[in-house]
Design a protein around this ligand. Structure first.
Ligand code: HEC
Ligand code: HEC
Ligand code: HEC
Ligand code: HEC
Length: 258
């Protein structure tokens, strides 16, 4: 009986762990999280959003596509550079030349560029009397990249640096500024619409400028493909914060008719 009830509890825990949500996920950097980074606060959203005093950065003057300007009341700094090196190939059909990440992707890159520190926030938790008295200690000290060095070769931290610099032979002799290299990543920041689907001939036609599939699992942002077309940062039920199950490369095949 005891064993039975404890396996029921275990089952409930397992079901709970599979439940969609930020809390307890690897994107929860608070005390309730499961990230390798854990800070002394009981607030989980605060590492990305704040109710007030979000990022109003317009240092790119609106031209680079990198401005946040209060967008989704982002509680983090914008990456420190004005442009990224983007994926390119001779077989691309979209016509934008070196499109830049849109604001939703810049938000991911404010941590995953391999340059920004997790604990540097614009508005600290508890600073206006919210839960958990403010203890600034965990939010000072380290101020730069915490995903390890900029090497692609580090088996654990390397892959989390999506904007990694390349310092050795991984991409020939190319060496780019830390945090700006998206040349070896799936292209983002370009418009994916019916015209592109027609031009390519092997792409699904998006149902609207907000989503590719009818169910809306694979999203577009102002018609553009961004990190969050493939990812859902609030939900790790499919692993890698994917927007849907990628068994049999199902995610790829929502867009690519191959
Ligand atoms: C607050 C900083 C932060 C932001 C912003 C952020 N991430 Fe993360 N992300 C992390 C940390 C920290 C980890 C790794 C935690 C660990 O491995 O312990 C992580 C892990 C991941 C992983 C691997 C998950 C796994 O199962 O191992 C993916 C995929 C990911 N993030 C994608 C994204 C995407 C896409 C965005 C934007 C939509 C984003 N992240 C925004 C901090 C962030
Ligand atoms: C690791 C970073 C991260 C954390 C933690 C996080 N978010 Fe987000 N959130 C994002 C990013 C990036 C976007 C924009 C891209 C997207 O929607 O995928 C976003 C978008 C949103 C949006 C607007 C789009 C939508 O889905 O409706 C809301 C609302 C939101 N987040 C609420 C929350 C709340 C509430 C929490 C805490 C329970 C939270 N977020 C925690 C990164 C995060
Ligand atoms: C076209 C789809 C797609 C886009 C766009 C995309 N990702 Fe991913 N990403 C994936 C898939 C699929 C995986 C899981 C790979 C696996 O199964 O190991 C992944 C894995 C990751 C990981 C985990 C480490 C790794 O390399 O496996 C991180 C971190 C991540 N993505 C962040 C991002 C960020 C940040 C962006 C935007 C700059 C982005 N992704 C854009 C599909 C995408
Ligand atoms: C949200 C839709 C979407 C998803 C999901 C997606 N892709 Fe793409 N992918 C595109 C579009 C659109 C292009 C640009 C095609 C073009 O302009 O010719 C592209 C480009 C590519 C390219 C470069 C093609 C070239 O001509 O250089 C490859 C390779 C690729 N995707 C593979 C994948 C794989 C593998 C996955 C799954 C991990 C995936 N894609 C997921 C939409 C998507």
């Amino acid at each position: 009986m005891k064993r039975l009830s404890s396996s029921i509890v275990l089952l409930m825990l397992l079901v709970g762990a599979g439940h969609a949500g930020v809390l307890g996920s690897k994107h929860d950097l608070s005390l309730s999280g499961s990230s390798q980074f854990q800070y002394d606060t009981v607030q989980a959203c605060v590492f990305c959003h704040t109710p007030h005093e979000g990022n109003v950065d317009d240092k790119y003057g609106g031209s680079g596509g990198l401005n946040l300007r209060g967008y989704l009341i982002w509680n983090r700094n914008t990456p420190g550079y004005s442009s990224f090196d983007m994926y390119d190939s001779e077989s691309l059909d979209y016509t934008e030349v070196s499109p830049q990440p849109g604001p939703v992707s810049v938000m991911c890159l404010s941590c995953h560029d391999g340059a920004g520190a997790m604990n540097v926030l614009l508005n600290l938790p508890g600073s206006a009397g919210g839960p958990g008295a403010l203890d600034p200690a965990p939010f000072s000290g380290v101020t730069t990249n915490q995903f390890g060095d900029f090497s692609l070769d580090d088996p654990f931290v390397g892959p989390l640096n999506i904007g990694e610099a390349v310092a050795d032979g991984d991409l020939g002799s190319a060496i780019v500024s830390p945090g700006t290299n998206l040349t070896n990543d799936h292209p983002i920041g370009f418009v994916y619409n019916a015209a592109l689907a027609t031009a390519d001939g092997e792409l699904a036609t998006p149902v609207s400028d907000k989503q590719v599939d009818a169910a809306g699992l694979v999203r577009l942002f102002e018609g553009k493909l961004e990190c969050s077309s493939c990812h859902e940062p609030h939900n790790n039920q499919y692993g890698a914060f994917l927007a849907m199950d990628n068994t049999d490369s199902a995610l790829c095949r929502v867009c690519h008719l191959k």
